[in-house]
Design a protein. Structure first.
Lengths: 245, 413
């Protein structure tokens, strides 16, 4: 399964004017990638992520997630696509405030119709994996920013989606917490072969990504691949078990 | 519907997120519902009491006359009740009493004063099962007794107007059923305070045996007045009586026709109450609208997230409607609880307006003691209208939440 984007355009209407946000992007994201889209504000990073996630529709061009042409899906089918095949992590305040960490993670499984027992087992396991085993019954307001983002990561991966789209996930975190979160995601990518696609401003994210797509003015002006070996696995494990701030 | 549970759980927790707002909204509904319930209960209690008082004083719930009597009210419209009819009245369990009457109009004269009067001939025994006038005799006088002949009781205002008192003998002149002149000397044995201006100012009551003779009735009477155990049986009993009479000759009238001015008063009073109810219902509904609207506005980003991760719009709408439903139902339960409690108190301790008797008399209102009679129907209607209105007023904000564009909603902070 891969995501392929061909000749993608997106214009916005602003006060009656057509404002181009994406101007002809071609991009293919393969299974297991750990990639980042970077670029200055207004370069179209978030718009691109939204289109891949089926939250927004392109003005022109083709976008396929696996075998599905997103242009051909209706709203309900897009909603189902997001529920079953795509995980989202946003900048902050990702969680439903009235649900506990466990319930937030379970929520997605519940929407998918997974039975109660399996829901609880899977969600608890995932929360333990992201280092929040002790906090599963806490409400978001009782967790730190870093812990909240970990719950968001857990929620994104619990349904085993084909890709996780993370829109500046570290933007509201301090350097250290951000690094821990990134290590966690990298670890998950490595061990479970989950595809991650970030949009980011954060230098650290750009450095740790194995592929960096740089956008300016809605077009991609560089696409750099890097090898493995950037992370030392042992170190990551230790860190991910520690409480983040 | 495996998601019902989570929708309910989310809704319940969301309701209590902003406790103060929820409690204020609940109070609006509770106070609104209980006031509506109470005011309708007082209206019903008042109206029932009015009907009962009026029926009990003299009119009864049903009257039987010769056709045309009620429109013309002259001595000429008299009839002889058949045994079949009397037996039917005797055998109907719903009738608590009936009495035969002779009616006439005449002129009273005492010393230098004269006054027009309505004369009613009654059987002193059976009359007590229909009218409670016997309990309204002023001190120093008495009600009619079996065997009385020329004795009368009269309205206290009438007595005052002509200067008569208990023990005085007054002259009465009228026309008999056969066209002859009817004149009699009558002794006042008692004065009554019926609490009804019409009676107090103009009525005298004499034994029917004397009236038969004075007005040469020859066995004819003008009306049979019936008292029922429950005024709500009026229609049924009336229908039943009609089976035992010749409907071309005899008319059977219920209290609505006998006292149309009271029906009009009740209708008018009800219209006022409905306007008041409407205003209260609107306040309650707008309270809910405001609460749901505010809570949605505050949670835009949250809805955006929920929609992005695959929550169906109808689930979002269901959740918001559920929130409104929870608040509304809690409010209704509280409102009915409080309302019925207040009504019960004022049912046991009726509102007492007797201090304002004179002011009320000017308005021809005779109800002085009003119990709050909260019926089951009153509660059900109040609850249903509140529920439907609140749900209707929540649909708009709930749809708004469901139709949010996730991207815009997430940007909203």
């Amino acid at each position: 399964m891969q995501i392929s984007i061909k000749n993608l355009y997106k214009n916005y209407q602003l006060n009656g004017l057509e404002v181009p946000a994406i101007r002809g992007i071609d991009l293919t994201i393969k299974k297991g990638e750990f990639s980042a889209i970077a670029g200055p504000s207004g370069s179209g990073k978030t718009t691109l992520l939204n289109i891949i996630g089926g939250l927004d529709r392109p003005t022109a061009g083709e976008i396929r997630v696996g075998n599905d042409d997103l242009n051909k899906l209706n709203q309900k089918e897009l909603s189902d696509l997001r529920l079953h095949r795509i995980g989202f992590i946003f900048q902050a305040y990702n969680l439903i405030p009235v649900l506990t960490a466990l319930e937030n993670v379970e929520y997605v499984l519940l929407l998918q119709g997974v039975l109660k027992e399996e829901r609880t087992t899977r969600s608890t396991r995932i929360l333990e994996e992201v280092g929040l085993g002790e906090y599963i019954n806490r409400f978001p307001k009782e967790l730190s920013g870093g812990q909240q983002q970990r719950v968001a990561v857990a929620r994104a991966i619990v349904s085993e989606p084909e890709i996780i789209l993370a829109d500046e996930p570290t933007a509201n975190l301090d350097q250290k917490t951000g690094a821990l979160l990134l290590d966690l995601m990298h670890d998950l990518n490595h061990k479970k072969n989950i595809t991650f696609l970030f949009s980011t401003h954060d230098q650290m994210v750009m450095e740790k990504a194995r592929r960096l797509v740089y956008l300016t003015d809605g077009t991609s002006n560089s696409d750099t691949f890097r090898g493995h070996g950037h992370f030392k696995d042992n170190k990551i494990k230790k860190k991910s078990k520690k409480k983040s701030n | 519907m495996k998601n019902r549970e989570i929708v309910l759980k989310l809704a319940w927790r969301n309701v209590w997120r902003n406790k103060r707002r929820t409690i204020l909204t609940l109070l609006t509904i509770i106070v609104g519902c209980s006031v509506i319930l109470f005011q309708n209960a007082v209206a019903k209690g008042g109206h029932d009491r009015m009907i009962e008082d009026a029926a009990a004083t003299n009119t009864g719930h049903i009257q039987i006359h010769e056709k045309g009597y009620w429109d013309n009210r002259t001595i000429d419209y008299a009839f002889q009740p058949e045994n079949k009819l009397i037996n039917a009245l005797k055998n109907d369990e719903r009738i608590s009493g009936y009495t035969l009457r002779v009616h006439a109009e005449g002129l009273l004269s005492f010393k230098n004063s004269t006054a027009g009067t309505m004369i009613q001939g009654v059987d002193p025994v059976t009359e007590k099962s229909v009218s409670n006038l016997h309990s309204k005799i002023l001190k120093g006088g008495r009600y009619l007794l079996p065997g009385d002949r020329n004795s009368i009781i009269m309205g206290m205002t009438l007595a005052k107007n002509i200067g008569a008192n208990v023990g005085d003998t007054i002259s009465m002149i009228s026309q008999g059923f056969d066209g002859s002149i009817a004149a009699e000397r009558l002794t006042v044995v008692g004065l009554f305070n019926a609490g009804n201006q019409e009676y107090d100012q103009g009525m005298i009551i004499m034994p029917i045996s004397q009236a038969e003779e004075t007005f040469s009735m020859m066995g004819y009477i003008h009306s049979i007045a019936l008292r029922l155990r429950s005024s709500s049986d009026t229609g049924v009993v009336r229908g039943n009586i009609k089976k035992h009479i010749d409907n071309k000759i005899i008319e059977v009238l219920g209290w609505e026709e006998l006292m149309p001015e009271m029906v009009q008063f009740i209708v008018m009073d009800d219209v006022n109450a409905y306007i008041f109810d409407f205003i209260l219902f609107m306040i309650v509904a707008f309270g809910i609208l405001n609460t749901i609207h505010m809570s949605i506005f505050e949670r835009m980003r949250e809805f955006g997230i929920m929609l992005s991760i695959g929550t169906a719009p109808r689930q979002v709408m269901g959740m918001v409607l559920c929130e409104s439903l929870i608040i509304t139902i809690l409010g209704i339960i509280g409102g009915l609880g409080l309302g019925y409690a207040v009504c019960y108190y004022f049912y046991v301790n009726p509102l007492d307006f007797s201090g304002y008797a004179n002011e009320m008399a000017v308005l021809s209102i005779n109800m002085l003691v009003v119990p709050a009679d909260a019926s089951m129907l009153n509660g059900i209607v109040t609850a249903m209208v509140t529920l439907i209105l609140c749900l209707l007023f929540s649909v708009f904000p709930a749809r708004k939440a469901a139709k949010l564009n996730p991207i815009d909603a997430i940007r909203h902070l």
